[in-house]
Structure formats: C-alpha cells, structure tokens
Design a protein. Structure first.
Length: 182
C-alpha cells in the first residue's frame, strides 16, 4: 500500500480525462474524483475536454497549497497492456440462455426508418385521429378522450415525422414478436 502523490495526480487529471486515468489505479473515475477532492486537487470542469479537443481556450486551475490533508492510501496495481488493470476473477463463459441471446440480438439491431413503408394499423388510426385534433396552448396535439389513439404528444408540424418513427418501431417489434424462439 502506498500514498497518493498529490502533484503527480494533479498533472495526470489535467492531462487526460478521469475515465482514462482511473483504470491504471484499478478504480472507477468516481472513486478517483473522490480522492482528488480529499487531496484538494482541482479537476477540469464540464466541457473542458470538449473545448480542448476543438481548440477552444481552456483554463487550468492551479494546484492550491495543501491544508489539513488526510493521508489517503491506495493499493498499487501494475498497469497491464492498454493501461487496463488485470481482473482478479476469471472470465465468465459466454451466456447460452436462448432468451438472453435473443435480447442481445434484438438490442444489436438497427432501426430501419423508411418513410415510404406501409403504415401499421395503430399508426394509421393515430394519424387519422391526430390530424383532426386541436392543439393546446403550447401547440401540442391531444386526441379526444373518447377515441383510441397512440399516446403521442407532438406538434402538428412534427406529426408526420413522429408517426414515421413510431411506425418503424412498431413494425420492428411486430417482426421480432413473430419470430420463433430458438
């Protein structure tokens, strides 16, 4: 176990984002930020790295004089290739549960939005109902309470685009729900 070097830590946190430094210490970026607060090491503010990346002027806060600092210990991990800390646990076997694999496959799909595709019956009904709906004071369309309609809150100008997107989602979900389970 060793103590943190405050000036080295300061130099590192202003050199690159915490999420890139933290793995070399075997901790999360949140834990590293807590260490910095305890050691009174200032951190870059929101947007610092984006501004720096695009060549905008950024201000690096100076390292203040240390006042009543606690002694913070850390475990030393040798950095592995790619600055990643080796995991103590052995790697898990790939999941074989069919439902899990189906969910993973579903999440990896891209949603194909085709404005010319045939509208699902729910979308057709919402289109018909919302085109007749009156906008409220903010310009949002609200269908009459006595009519069945998809729960969509959209302005009249955005209605067509919203329905095209909703149609793509419904068609994708209906295709998946009709696929046989493996």
């Amino acid at each position: 176990m060793e103590t943190w070097n405050r000036s080295d830590l300061y130099a590192q946190v202003w050199e690159q984002p915490l999420v890139k430094i933290a793995p070399t210490y075997g901790i999360s970026a949140v834990a590293l930020a807590k260490v910095c607060r305890k050691l009174q090491v200032p951190l870059p503010g929101r947007g610092y790295w984006t501004k720096k990346e695009f060549g905008k002027p950024v201000e690096q806060l100076p390292l203040p004089e240390a006042k009543n600092l606690p002694v913070v210990h850390r475990l030393k991990f040798p950095p592995a290739s790619g600055s990643q800390v080796p995991l103590a646990a052995s790697p898990e076997a790939s999941p074989t549960d069919p439902e899990y694999l189906r969910i993973v496959e579903f999440e990896s799909r891209k949603l194909a939005i085709d404005p010319g595709s045939k509208l699902h019956k729910l979308v057709k009904e919402a289109d018909r109902t919302l085109k007749r709906a009156k906008p409220d004071e903010r310009g949002i369309l609200h269908p009459p309470y006595n009519e069945n309609c998809l729960d969509v809150r959209v302005s009249k100008d955005s209605l067509e685009r919203a329905l095209i997107f909703i149609n793509a989602v419904i068609l994708t979900l209906s295709l998946i729900s009709h696929q046989p389970h493996t």
